[in-house]
Design a protein around this ligand. Structure first.
Ligand SMILES: *[C@@H]1O[C@H](CO)[C@@H](O)[C@H](O)[C@H]1NC(C)=O
Ligand SMILES: *[C@@H]1O[C@H](CO)[C@@H](O)[C@H](O)[C@H]1NC(C)=O
Ligand SMILES: *[C@@H]1O[C@H](CO)[C@@H](O)[C@H](O)[C@H]1NC(C)=O
Length: 767
C-alpha cells in the first residue's frame, strides 16, 4: 500500500504539494486568509494525476499536461480564489500572480495537444519546468517579503513557519494514513466550508453575495464529482447546497425588510430626530453668522463683553487683516480664550519662566520655538530631535502674510499628537498656587488615564451648571445634541472604557501643572493651547476635486479605512478602543442588538434587532499597529483587514466616517470640503470648534455608537434622510470654502500669537 501511494504521487510533486500546503497555511495562520485554499485543490489534483513527472517537472506542468481533465477543477479553483480575494485587491493580485501564468500555460498546452501539428515548444515539460520554477521563486520571495514587511522577522516568521509546517505535517500524515481518500479532496472540502459559511450578512455588495453562492455551489459540484461513485454520501453532500442558498435568501429578505421599514417610517408629519436636529442647528449657525461684528468698535466691544478683558495689543491690525481676508468669523474665538485665560493670572515674567521650566523637563517632548516677525521666520529647537513634523513649515507658511505685524514671540509646541497639559484649577494666590505651578511629568503610556485626566472635574464643575438648552425627541437614541457636553469627560464616566486615549494611549506624557503648550487637539479637561494642525497643510490631506464625484455618482453607504492608531494594545482591552469598536460594528463582528427607529400605527419607537445591513458599511483596518505581537495577531484575526486602500476612496461614498487616532484626524477638513457628508466621532477639542456646527456641516456620532446604525440607515434609505445627507454634504463644502481656507488658519494663528505676545510681555502684571 505504501508503494502505491509513493508511485501515484511521485516524490517531487509530493514535496511540492507539501510546500504548497505550508504556503497556504502561512496565509491562513498569519492573516486568517484562505484565498489560496481552492487553488491548492487544483494543484493537488494535478500532482495526483501524473505519476511520473520528469526531473524539473512540477505541479504546474503536470496540471497543464492534463489540462483537459483538469479544466473544470482549475476553473472552479480560479473562480473561488477570485471570489474570496475580492475583498482585498492585494490578495487578488497575489492570487493573480499564481493564476494567470497557470491559465496562460494551460491554454498553450491545450492548443498544443488538441491540434495534430507539432507542439508549440520542443519540450513542453522542460519549458514548464523552467517557467514554474520562476513562478515558485516569485511566490517564495513574495511571501517571505510579505512576512518581513508585516513585522520584525524574529517575532513573526519563526512561530508562523512553525505553525504552518506543523499543519502541513499533520495533513501529510492524515493523507498517508487514509490514502484511499485523495489529498485533493481536503482543500475543496475546506474551500466549500469557507465559501458557504462566509456570512452573507457581512457582504458589502449584492454582486459579492451572489458570487459567493455561485462559487460555493461550483466547489460543491467538484466535491461531489470527486466522491467515489456508488457512495450514498453523494446525495448527502449535495444537500449542502441548501446552506449557501438558505443564508443568501434570508439575508436578502432581511435587507428588503429593513429598506421597507426605513422608507415607510417618518412619512407622516412626525419628524425624524435627525431632521429636527438639522433644523435647530441651522438656526444656531445662522445666529453665529449674524452676530459677527461688522465694524471695529463692535469687534472691540464684543471682545470685552465676551472675555471680560481688553483685546491684546495689535488687535485692530488683526481686525483689518481678518476683514481684508473676508473672514466669516470675527468674534467667536472661545477656543483661544479658554486656553490662554488661565495664564492671565500669571505675570509676564512668570509666564516665560513656566515656559522655560516646561521645556527643560526630562523627556518633555516639546519644541521651543521663536517667531521673528521681522524675518518672518520660525526657528524651533528640541533637545534630541531634528524632524519637527512640519511645525516650522506650518508657522512660516501661515504667518507669511502677517510677518512684521507681529513682534518676536516665544512658544512651546507639543511634538506628540496626543494632548499633554493637565492644569490644576486656579485657587488664588499663595503657597497653594505656587504648588500648582510646580510642573510634574506623569508617564502614562499604555495605561488607563481617565482618572488622572479627570482628577480636577469636581473643581471645574462647581462653577459650570450641567448642560442646559433645548432637547429634541430622540426616542432614547444617543444622538448628539450638544457637542461640548458630548466631549465633556467629567459628565461621561463611561468614556473610561470607550476610547484608546483614556484606556491605553501610545505615549501620553502628561504635564501636570501650568504649562503653556501648543497642541493640535486636546481633551475637555485639559489645558493645551490649540493651534491648527500642520497636517492640514500636508499634501496627503489636501482636498482634490478630481477624485471627488458628484453626489449622485457616489455609493449610498458609509466608508472608513485606516489603521489601529488611537491606543496601544497590550491586553484584550483593544476591543473597546474607539476605532476597534467602530470597525467591529461596521463589519458586524459581534453578535449584538442594534437599535432602529420604526413607526407603527403612527407611533415611533425604538426597535432592537440583531440585523445590521452590511451593504451600508464599508469599513476596515488597513494596518494593525501599536500592539504587542500577540494582540496584533488577535486583531488581525478578528477584523477583516485590507492590505491597502486608496486614500481617495472615501469620496466614492455618500457618507464618510472620521475618527480620532492618537490625536486629531487630519482627514476631517478634506472630508468637509468634499461632496460627501462626513460623520465625525471625536473626544478632542480642536481649533475649529467655534466655527463648525454639528448637524449643519457634519453628522456627529456618539462614543457609544448606539445611534450609528439608525443614522446610516436613515441617511441612505429614507427619502427625506437622503435629502438631509446631501444638505449636510453641501453645507460642509460651502462652509469649508468660507471658513476653513488656509487663510482662516492664518487669521486664527495671528490672533493666537497676539495673545501669546501679550502673555509673555515682561511688563504685564497678573490680572
Ligand atoms: C458697528 O456695528 C454695530 C452692530 O454690529 C452697530 O450697532 C454700530 O452702529 C456700528 N458702528 C458704526 C460706527 O458703524
Ligand atoms: C473678499 O470679498 C470681496 C467681495 O466679495 C472680493 O472682491 C475679494 O477679492 C475678497 N478678498 C479675498 C482676499 O478673498
Ligand atoms: C451645551 O451644554 C453646555 C454645558 O455643557 C451649555 O453651556 C451650552 O449652552 C449648551 N449648548 C447648547 C447649544 O445648548
Amino acid at each position: 500500500m505504501r508503494q502505491a501511494v509513493k508511485s501515484s504521487y511521485g516524490h517531487r510533486p509530493l514535496w511540492l504539494a507539501a510546500f504548497g500546503i505550508a504556503l497556504v497555511n502561512i496565509f491562513e495562520e498569519q492573516h486568517g486568509i484562505l484565498e489560496l485554499m481552492p487553488l491548492l485543490g487544483a494543484a493537488l489534483l494535478a500532482a495526483k494525476s501524473n505519476p511520473d513527472v520528469k526531473f524539473g517537472g512540477t505541479l504546474l506542468s503536470t496540471l497543464c499536461a492534463h489540462s483537459p481533465q483538469l479544466l473544470f477543477p482549475t476553473f472552479i479553483s480560479v473562480l473561488a480564489t477570485i471570489v474570496l480575494s475580492r475583498e482585498d485587491p492585494y490578495y487578488a493580485i497575489s492570487s493573480g500572480i499564481v493564476v494567470f501564468p497557470l491559465i496562460a500555460i494551460c491554454f498553450f498546452s491545450i492548443r498544443g495537444s488538441s491540434s495534430a501539428g507539432p507542439l508549440p515548444f520542443d519540450d513542453i515539460h522542460e519549458l514548464m519546468g523552467r517557467l514554474s520554477l520562476r513562478v515558485s521563486m516569485i511566490l517564495i520571495i513574495f511571501i517571505f517579503g510579505h512576512i518581513l514587511i508585516a513585522g520584525p522577522f524574529i517575532y513573526q516568521t519563526i512561530p508562523v513557519l512553525g505553525l504552518a509546517l506543523a499543519k502541513a505535517g499533520f495533513w501529510y500524515f492524515v493523507a498517508r494514513t487514509i490514502h484511499y481518500a485523495s489529498w485533493s479532496f481536503a482543500p475543496y472540502v475546506q474551500a466549500f466550508g469557507v465559501l458557504a459559511t462566509r456570512n452573507p450578512f457581512v457582504q458589502t455588495s449584492d454582486s459579492q453575495a451572489v458570487l459567493y453562492v455561485i462559487s460555493s455551489l461550483a466547489v460543491l459540484v467538484q466535491v461531489v464529482l470527486m466522491v467515489p461513485a456508488r457512495t450514498k454520501a453523494k446525495l448527502a453532500i449535495s444537500a449542502f447546497a441548501l446552506l449557501p442558498l438558505w443564508s443568501y435568501t434570508t439575508n436578502m429578505a432581511a435587507i428588503k425588510a429593513q429598506q421597507l421599514s426605513a422608507r415607510s417610517s417618518f412619512v407622516s408629519s412626525r419628524q425624524h430626530p435627525i431632521s429636527a436636529l438639522v433644523e435647530t442647528s441651522e438656526r444656531q449657525f445662522e445666529d453665529l453668522i449674524r452676530r459677527q461684528s461688522s465694524n471695529f468698535t463692535s469687534a472691540y466691544n464684543n471682545y470685552r463683553s465676551k472675555y471680560h478683558a481688553d483685546p491684546p495689543p495689535g488687535f485692530e491690525e488683526w481686525y483689518e487683516y481678518a476683514i481684508a481676508q473676508n473672514s466669516s468669523i470675527i468674534d467667536d474665538f472661545d477656543t483661544i480664550h479658554k486656553s490662554i485665560s488661565p495664564f492671565l493670572t500669571l505675570s509676564g515674567e512668570e509666564f516665560v519662566k513656566m515656559m522655560d521650566s516646561a521645556f527643560v523637563v526630562e523627556g518633555s517632548e516639546l519644541w521651543l520655538c521663536r517667531y521673528s516677525g521681522a524675518k518672518r521666520q520660525t526657528t524651533c529647537q528640541h533637545p534630541t530631535r531634528t524632524n519637527d513634523r512640519h511645525i516650522t513649515l506650518s508657522f512660516d507658511r501661515l504667518l507669511h502674510g502677517i510677518g512684521s505685524k507681529l513682534t518676536d514671540i516665544k512658544f512651546l509646541v507639543n511634538h506628540l499628537d496626543e494632548p499633554r497639559v493637565l492644569m490644576p484649577p486656579f485657587q488664588g494666590e499663595g503657597d497653594k498656587a505656587a504648588m500648582q505651578r510646580q510642573l510634574r511629568m506623569v508617564h502614562l503610556s499604555h495605561q488607563p488615564t481617565y482618572d488622572a485626566i479627570t482628577q480636577f472635574c469636581s473643581a471645574q464643575h462647581l462653577s459650570e451648571p450641567v448642560q442646559s438648552g433645548e432637547k429634541e425627541q430622540t426616542y432614547e437614541l444617543p444622538f448628539i445634541q450638544n457637542f461640548s457636553s458630548s466631549i465633556d469627560l467629567c459628565l461621561h464616566d463611561e468614556y473610561r472604557k470607550q476610547h484608546g486615549l483614556l484606556m491605553g494611549p501610545v505615549s501620553m506624557r502628561l504635564m501636570q501643572g501650568w504649562a503653556p503648550i501648543l497642541s493640535t487637539g486636546t481633551l475637555s479637561t485639559m489645558g493645551d493651547i490649540l493651534f491648527p494642525s500642520p497636517a492640514y497643510i500636508e499634501d496627503e490631506f489636501q482636498y482634490d476635486s478630481l477624485h471627488d464625484p458628484e453626489w449622485d455618482q457616489k455609493k449610498g453607504s458609509l466608508y472608513w479605512a485606516g489603521s489601529t492608531t488611537g491606543g496601544f494594545a497590550s491586553s484584550n482591552d483593544w476591543m473597546n478602543y474607539h476605532r476597534q469598536r467602530f470597525v467591529a460594528l461596521g463589519q458586524g463582528l459581534e453578535p449584538r442588538r442594534y437599535s432602529y427607529l420604526v413607526e407603527r400605527y403612527g407611533q415611533v419607537a425604538q426597535e432592537k434587532s440583531s440585523f445590521l445591513n452590511a451593504r451600508l458599511f464599508e469599513v476596515a483596518f488597513t494596518r494593525i499597529l501599536h500592539c504587542e505581537t500577540i494582540f496584533c495577531r488577535s486583531q488581525r484575526f478578528y477584523f477583516r483587514t485590507k492590505s491597502w486602500a486608496d486614500r481617495n476612496k472615501a469620496f466614492q461614498f455618500k457618507l464618510a466616517f472620521d475618527a480620532d487616532g492618537n490625536g486629531i484626524s487630519g482627514r476631517f477638513h478634506q472630508l468637509l470640503a468634499s461632496n460627501s457628508a462626513p460623520l465625525k466621532q471625536t473626544l478632542l477639542r480642536e481649533w475649529h470648534d467655534d466655527r463648525l456646527i454639528p448637524w449643519v456641516h457634519y453628522v456627529p456620532v456618539s462614543q457609544g455608537l448606539a445611534e450609528l446604525p439608525e443614522i446610516v440607515s436613515h441617511l441612505t434609505l429614507h427619502e427625506h434622510g437622503q435629502i438631509m445627507a446631501k444638505k449636510i454634504a453641501d453645507n460642509g463644502k460651502a462652509w469649508s470654502r468660507k471658513a476653513l481656507r488656509e487663510v482662516d488658519s492664518s487669521i486664527y494663528l495671528y490672533r493666537l500669537m497676539l495673545e501669546l505676545a501679550r502673555l509673555q510681555d515682561p511688563e504685564r502684571k497678573p490680572l
